[in-house]
Design a protein around this ligand. Sequence first.
Ligand code: ADP
Ligand code: MG
Length: 254
Amino acid sequence: MASMIEVKDLTKIFGQRGAACRALHEVSFEIDMGAFVAVMGPSGSGKTTLLNIISSIDKPTKGRVIIGGREISTLKEKELALFRRDMIGFVFQEFNLLDNMTIRDNIALPLTLNNKKTEEILRKVRELTVLFGIDDQLDKYPYQLSGGQKQRAAVCRALVNDPKILFADEPTGALDSKAASELLACFQNITNKYATTVVMVTHDASAASYCDRVLFLKDGMISSKLETNGNAKEFFKKILNMIALLGGERNERL
Ligand SMILES: Nc1ncnc2c1ncn2[C@@H]1O[C@H](COP(=O)(O)OP(=O)(O)O)[C@@H](O)[C@H]1O
Ligand SMILES: [Mg+2]
């Protein structure tokens, strides 16, 4: 399978001299197109820094990021803006929906900004919201939805441009376990249906057990990797064992 993301010897140092903080140290890995990958590790281990650099929000101190065969450090300002718009979707722990817009308008917003035709926009919103089970919520406002529904709406908005990669930083952090598992099943769906590559930071072993692979970060380095054999329960146990082995936070949800 083709690599969607290649990260080579990535190092990130914040600050200078005496105040310098090494957030990432020579991190290398590859992620296949259509893979669902979790990044785990204790607080401060470099997860958000890694996500920000892969997604071109931040620049590495050293090393390379190659997305879909293109090295992103070689892109000019304009190319980078297009790259972000066309290749990448983002979801965060907070849902970041606009309170005074309906769910439909929230999801359609990126397409509206791209000057797409109305029918095309409505068709895309319909397709995604059916897939995410919120097609009956489109006329409502965010405050009328549950947390899980709001997060699924935020994911639909992130996917409305057909990005190749969806980055999610603790997307289940504010959800109960039922809403979390619904969201994670949706992530699995989109990797199958659209071959979207999903990279998700999580503290939650149960959330990570929905993934194909888990990368464990510690002190800015990859300390371990695990791959599923397709059995989520077994994978969950393996992940818990690895967390125990590596030390640091153990914040599972059972
Ligand atoms: N903008 C920044 N300036 C200085 N230090 C930072 C900055 N962002 C992150 N760090 C430091 O880099 C390390 C990794 O942070 P982060 O990537 O946020 O970890 P995580 O997401 O795993 O909790 C931490 O020690 C953090 O304090
Ligand atoms: Mg973080």
